[in-house]
Design a protein around this ligand. Structure first.
Ligand SMILES: [Zn+2]
Length: 129
């Protein structure tokens, strides 16, 4: 993330503490004001498109929810971009592929399609198809 390694949840938590501090000092920050503070605090221009979609929303809970959703989505994209193969290595072993029907998850010996080792022995869930 640009501008440091701070995460969105910790950034939001910091703003919420700030709001509580102000409240404690007798300076009440309304929901509408707080929603504005959150939106203004987000780094530009990377968050501009997201803030743009929040234009009419003045409820900080909704704003935080939207930002969290977008942030999680970006975290996911970031890790995928770093290593495009990681998704396929999750199991730690190569995916089995059937030479008979070209489906993955079983071998030709365990294949129930015509020509496989278990030809005709369809599992229950398959028969319904
Ligand atoms: Zn097969």
């Amino acid at each position: 993330m640009e501008g440091g390694t701070e995460t969105l949840p910790s950034h939001i938590a910091k703003l919420q503490r700030l709001r509580e501090t102000c409240g404690g000092l007798g300076v009440a920050i309304s929901d509408v004001q707080f929603a504005g503070v959150i939106m203004l605090s987000m780094p530009t221009p990377s968050w501009d498109p997201v803030i743009g979609t929040l234009g009419g929303i003045l409820d900080p809970k909704v704003v935080i929810l939207r930002l969290n959703t977008e942030w999680s989505r970006r975290q996911g994209f970031t890790s995928i971009n770093k290593d495009p193969n990681i998704v396929f290595q999750a199991s730690g072993k190569p995916t089995m592929k059937c030479e008979n029907c070209n489906r993955t998850g079983h071998t030709k010996a365990k294949c129930w399609v015509k020509g496989g080792g278990l030809e005709g022995q369809y599992p229950e869930w398959w028969r319904g198809k």
